[in-house]
Ligand binder design. Structure first.
Ligand code: WTA
Length: 656
């Protein structure tokens, strides 16, 4: 199955209306209601968000100013005092939700646990007290490197409770990648586990932490808190490493939530950009709380009776906003699953849906394409009738995968919300509201109320219907990232200076290309920068290139995305070798392993091609467009007149 092409989406005329019964019971029931909200927010964004902040969240102290906008730096609810852990936990304890399931967790080996709001609150308070005991203070950064177990959410909420910004590092990242992130964040403590279960194997997380911290590799880290999961034998360094289950017994379960300034940093989450070094995306407290809360409530129509399952890992923004903060702030039941479809149980997702009666299911197109490959028999063998709404995120979804998802998983009864957003945006930006919006397969439809989105050219001028252009956002929104950690200039440069400010208005540039059709529907076409999307995971091509050239055999590396049926894209690396090295299959494998060591398995090149030289312009820039063509086996198209040495291209072609 191919990725959506411009031609295929332009021909897409299928339109699906929300089922009447769904609309009747939804938070937002009709397109009229959506339009009213949208218009109201557009006319007076500050009033719109202030009303919601007042109504939906608990504040210790109200703000003085709704928005302080010094482009490109925004502050929301300035002067307000709030704590997101309080909004996710304490406030529900005063209601009937006290004994409602907050987290339902299913482990890969089949063990399970349910934590009510009262139980989750208790454990979060205990972990917060343990962190304090280990010297963590308000403002200190804490690294979290965890498998998908309840303690991952408990750790995040415990940090938020005492005002220590967390930086969650995806458990699939290598010790090298972990080390770089902990260094940049200057983390004081790391929360990890002995390991986790993943695809019938164990992942040795603590070992990776040991490697990252070896030889005083991350000088700021004083303590490591270790959760017991796999019970495999690990080294515990005396004085530095502490078992969570032991310290848990030594602290009280009373830990009042620290009143945080609305603009205090809640977390840093590293994400790939166009340079070799991932950026620390900074989110703050009040605005992020409101935005993750509202987007989940309206776009996923979360109701008190729902079990909501988001299949992301907490190491990504999707896990932050829609496994932990959004659902719990809403008092919803969030399901967390440790496992992934694997040889021993390819249908495990549908077992989980059936076992718990999941009502809302949120996953990525790459997973859907993998399900399609595995065949309809697996989902058909389970009772999926509890599902009432489906969601997708992470990359453009091809219309045929959308149709399959609707028919086979949704039984032609569930609306699909295709949510376009980013680590930087904190929550959904373009998304259907399922009781209101007519959907088109492959389109993320319209902006969330309060979001002004446009497709423009490089000068910031809107392009005509169905013309490709750059996706931009016009007005600040509460969930937007505030800066790049310790690098405000990089924030300005990366997001706000690509597209010329228009009429004095700064435009946020997302890095994606898009078009709007004649009905105003948005169609996101994918990244227009040097970021590739592998199974819905963002990866900078420069990051992989840096990893490759750190190997002694590599003189130069150029990485591009090659289209892949299931993963969306795959890493394709062109490599020139240092003089004394010769190309060989062994070297290919060695370089693949090297990339895994430097970044993690998600970055493993699918293919490495050795070349004597790279196709370069006369000014020395690698012509990536040519490499992309070559990698995908296409004819080299477009202008090649600026190529310095045409014979390079001939040779590379010969190699294909
Ligand atoms: C892509 C994930 C098309 C896009 C939440 C964006 C999408 C990047 C969609 C952000 C979608 C995400 N349709 N493309 N529904 N959702 N993307 O930061 O290229 O991991 O810029 O956040 O994923 O990836 P990130």
């Amino acid at each position: 199955m191919s990725q959506p092409t411009i031609e295929s989406v332009l021909k897409e005329k299928r339109l699906f209306s929300p089922p009447a019964e769904f609309s009747q019971n939804a938070h937002i029931k009709s397109m009229e209601e959506y339009s009213q909200l949208y218009d109201k927010a557009k006319a007076d964004p500050q009033q719109f968000w202030a009303e919601l902040a007042e109504k939906e969240l608990d504040w210790f102290e109200k703000w003085d100013t709704v928005l302080d906008w010094q482009p490109p730096f925004a502050k929301w609810f300035v002067g307000g005092k709030i704590n997101i852990s309080y909004n996710c936990l304490d406030r529900h304890l005063k209601t009937w939700r006290k004994n409602k399931a907050a987290l339902i967790w299913e482990g890969e080996p089949g063990d399970s646990r349910t934590l009510t709001y009262a139980q989750l609150h208790r454990e979060v308070c205990q972990m917060a007290n343990v962190l304090k005991k280990l010297g963590v203070q308000k403002g200190d950064r804490v690294g979290i490197y965890m498998p998908m177990i309840p303690e991952a959410a408990i750790a995040m909420l415990a940090c938020a409770r005492i005002g220590a910004p967390h930086t969650v590092v995806f458990g699939g990242f290598s010790s090298e990648a972990l080390k770089n992130r902990l260094l940049d964040a200057e983390a004081k403590l790391v929360i990890t586990a002995d390991g986790g279960f993943r695809k019938d194997k164990t992942v040795p997380l603590k070992q990776q932490v040991d490697l990252a911290l070896a030889n005083n590799g991350v000088p700021n880290v004083e303590n490591v808190l270790v959760v017991q999961r796999t019970k495999e034998k690990i080294e515990m360094e005396s004085g530095r490493d502490h078992w969570w289950h032991e310290l848990q017994l030594t602290v009280s379960a009373d830990c009042p939530a620290e009143p945080m300034d609305s603009e205090d940093m809640l977390f840093i989450l590293y994400t790939s950009g166009t340079t070799g070094k991932p950026k620390g995306v900074v989110h703050t407290t009040g605005g992020y709380n409101l935005y993750s809360h509202m987007t989940l409530k309206w776009a996923f129509d979360i109701q008190d009776t729902d079990i909501f399952w988001c299949t992301a890992d907490v190491g990504w923004i999707t896990g932050h906003s829609y496994i932990v903060y959004g659902p719990l702030s809403n008092g919803a039941t969030s399901l967390m699953y440790e496992g992934a479809p694997r040889k021993s149980n390819p249908g495990c997702f549908w077992d989980v849906v059936e076992k718990y009666g999941v009502n809302i299911f949120y996953t990525a197109p790459t997973a859907i394409r993998a399900f399609i490959k595995m065949g309809e028999e697996l989902p058909k063998a389970r009772d999926l009738s509890s599902l009432r709404l489906l969601g997708t995120v992470g990359e453009p979804i091809n219309p045929e995968a959308w149709m399959w998802y609707q028919r086979v998983i949704g039984g032609d009864r569930c609306p699909i919300v295709d949510t376009w957003w980013q680590t930087e945006t904190g929550g959904f930006m373009l998304t259907p509201l399922p009781g209101a919006t007519q959907t088109k397969p492959g389109s993320c439809t319209f902006p969330f109320p309060g979001i002004i989105a446009e497709v423009v050219d490089l000068d910031g001028n809107p392009v005509a219907d169905n013309q490709g252009g750059y996706l931009v956002i016009k007005h600040p929104w509460p969930g937007m990232m505030r800066t790049v950690y310790k690098n405000p200039e990089r924030f300005r440069r990366t997001y706000w200076e690509h597209i010329a400010p228009k009429d004095g208005q700064y435009l946020y540039f997302a890095g994606d290309g898009a078009r709007q059709d004649e009905d105003g529907y948005f169609w996101v076409m994918g990244r227009v920068d040097d970021v590739i999307n592998i199974s819905g995971h963002r990866l900078g091509t420069m990051e992989v290139e840096s990893a490759l050239v750190s190997h002694p055999a590599v003189a130069e590396a150029a990485v591009v995305g090659k289209p892949d049926e299931v993963k969306g894209e795959e890493v394709f690396a062109f490599v020139t070798l240092e003089g004394s090295y010769d190309p060989s299959d062994d070297l290919v494998n060695e370089l693949k392993q090297h990339v895994i060591k430097e970044i993690g398995a998600i970055a493993r090149p699918g293919e490495i091609r050795f070349t004597d030289a790279m196709p370069k312009t006369r000014s020395g820039k690698i012509m990536r467009r040519l490499l992309r063509n070559l990698a995908s086996g296409q004819e080299v198209v477009g202008d090649t007149s600026t190529l310095e040495d045409r014979s390079v291209l001939e040779k590379l072609r010969g190699g294909v």
